[in-house]
Design a protein around this ligand. Structure first.
Ligand code: NAD
Length: 485
């Protein structure tokens, strides 16, 4: 640990972290607990509706100066924030392990991923924001100006507590928006550490405001506020629907990154070593608590037995433990997540599935450590085949034809990502076209990164994050037509 002094000592109640949002505090303290053992690692000052309004006031007051600042200056501040995040990587990763539970290697990977958005959008801030139009009117000259929309509200989940903030905030700030941020109650420390680093980077006051508190109260204040012109949310489809409705009255720009139910499809002839290896990654990264997590495995019948046997053996070899010991899988976030795993296993087995490995809590480690689990012959009627698992359970089912697996894979309200393993180029083409998902990964698992537009179709959300497309929700087009006649 270096001396960045952003580490919250156990029981600490008055640090730079807490001061970051002191202006908006006033609703008691939130206890932050380590999911590995339930120990309280910090208390954070909470805000109420008044604090949420004060944050929106500050962002609104900062907007004129920030939006008209030379893009070079905005870019320089983003580069400085990036450098501080990179410098504080180890502290940020350890904070994340302590409040979120993920293995330390994954936490370090998330800090790299989070920092990459800040760097990417620092560079995007410099790209031209004016486009010419070939005129269709005599003597007229036309331009499209991309202008920042105003204050943007950013609401983030606990599973990627750092990257989901930078993916939104860096794009909004590069576009010229000031922001109000509400992190999940499970992981406020990662958010407050980022806020502290942004303060050290020297962003003008009011440009970036982080508010911890009761989600419905804080976010409700912002959805009702006409000055908040954009809302970017990552979280469950259920809460996404609610925020969509709440944003209607003030007609906000929306980015909704919601739930997923990714199919993982393996055809006969695919490289089986690779398919098994990628299946483990697609299911168990982030201890299964990942919107991109593979939720159901469709394996073509001729290779079904081989896949089940080899996949179950690979899963049995995974290690479960506290994040700081760098296991493959850490604890789940809270008791509700454990209850869901237990219900989904019991339901699948009652409907005819066979448990190959796992299926229970490892009591010796603690109540939130659920063993990596594989179920085979899981019928489509089992709850786990349609509701998000968000944990370490892999349900497998056989299929016969391409048409059949397309129909079953698409039979979901979700449409975030699909994984496909095949070595037949024509089949890959047909399948990629037919799968109704915002992202399709072929013969690999990792697809994310700052240069790609991340996002889903159907009820997995709307809008894209990352890439140039990630700026769209934070900008409006102003069309200017000048007459030289
Ligand atoms: P969640 O929807 O419960 O909470 C997400 C955020 O919404 C939190 O900050 C929470 O405080 C806030 N929130 C909760 N209730 C609210 C309310 N009534 N009004 C306003 N805000 C409210 O989701 P979660 O459990 O934190 O995260 C898991 C979900 O996020 C999964 O469904 C997962 O698939 C999804 N997710 C999606 C992506 C993506 O990019 N598509 C990425 C990560 C996670």
């Amino acid at each position: 640990m270096n001396d960045m002094s952003i580490w919250p000592d156990p029981g600490l109640t008055d640090t730079a972290l807490l001061c970051t949002q002191g202006d908006f505090a006033g609703a008691g303290r939130l206890a932050v607990r380590n999911p590995a053992d339930g120990a309280m690692i910090a208390q954070v000052a909470m805000s109420d509706a008044h604090g949420a309004r004060a944050a929106a006031d500050a962002a609104d007051a900062a907007f004129p100066g920030w939006s008209t600042m030379l893009p070079q200056k905005r870019a320089a501040l983003l580069h400085r924030w990036h450098a501080l995040i990179v410098e504080a990587k180890e502290d940020l990763a350890r904070i994340m392990v302590a409040e979120q539970g993920k293995p330390i290697s994954e936490a370090r990977g998330e800090i790299d991923y989070a920092a990459s958005f800040v760097q990417f959008y620092a560079e995007e801030a410099l790209r031209p924001n004016i486009e010419g139009v070939t005129s269709h009117l005599e003597d007229a000259e036309m331009e499209l100006w991309r202008e920042p929309v105003g204050v943007a509200a950013l609401i983030t989940p606990w599973n990627f507590p750092t990257a989901m903030i930078t993916r939104k905030a860096a794009a909004a700030l590069a576009a010229g928006c000031s922001v109000v941020i509400h992190p999940s109650a499970e992981t406020p420390l990662s958010a407050l550490a980022l806020a502290e680093l942004s303060r050290r980077a020297g962003f003008p006051e009011g440009v970036m405001n982080t508010v911890v508190g009761d989600a419905a109260t804080i976010v409700g204040e912002w959805t009702a506020d006409a000055r908040v012109r954009a809302l970017s949310f990552t979280g469950s489809t259920e809460v996404g629907r609610l925020l969509y409705r709440q944003s209607a009255d003030t007609v906000k720009r929306l980015v909704l990154e919601l739930g997923g139910h990714a199919p993982f499809i393996v055809f006969e002839g695919a490289d089986m070593d690779r398919a098994v290896q990628e299946a483990v990654k697609a299911k168990f990264a982030t201890s299964g608590q990942d919107c991109l997590g593979a939720n159901r495995f469709y394996i073509q019948r001729p290779v079904y037995e081989a896949f089940c046997t080899r996949f179950a053996a690979a899963v049995e070899a995974l290690t479960l433990g506290r994040g700081e010991t760098d296991p493959d899988i850490g604890p789940l976030i809270h008791e509700r997540a454990i209850e869901k795993q237990e219900q989904q296993v019991a339901d699948a087995v009652a409907k005819g599935a066979t448990l190959l490995t796992g299926g229970t809590v490892d009591e010796a480690l603690g109540p939130l450590f659920f063993r990596p689990t594989v179920l085979r012959d899981v019928p489509d009627e089992a709850a786990i085949m349609s509701e998000e698992n968000f944990g370490p359970i892999a349900p497998i089912t056989p299929f016969d034809t391409e048409e059949e697996v397309v129909a079953r894979a698409n039979a979901t309200e979700y449409g975030l990502v699909a994984y496909l393993h095949s070595h037949d180029p024509r089949r890959i083409y047909r399948m990629t076209r037919a799968l109704q998902f915002g992202m399709v990964a072929v013969n690999r698992t990792k697809v994310t990164g700052a240069p790609i537009p991340f996002g889903g179709v159907k009820q997995s959300g709307m809008g894209r994050e990352g890439a140039r497309q990630g700026l769209e929700a934070f900008t409006d087009i102003k069309y200017v037509c000048r007459d030289w006649g």
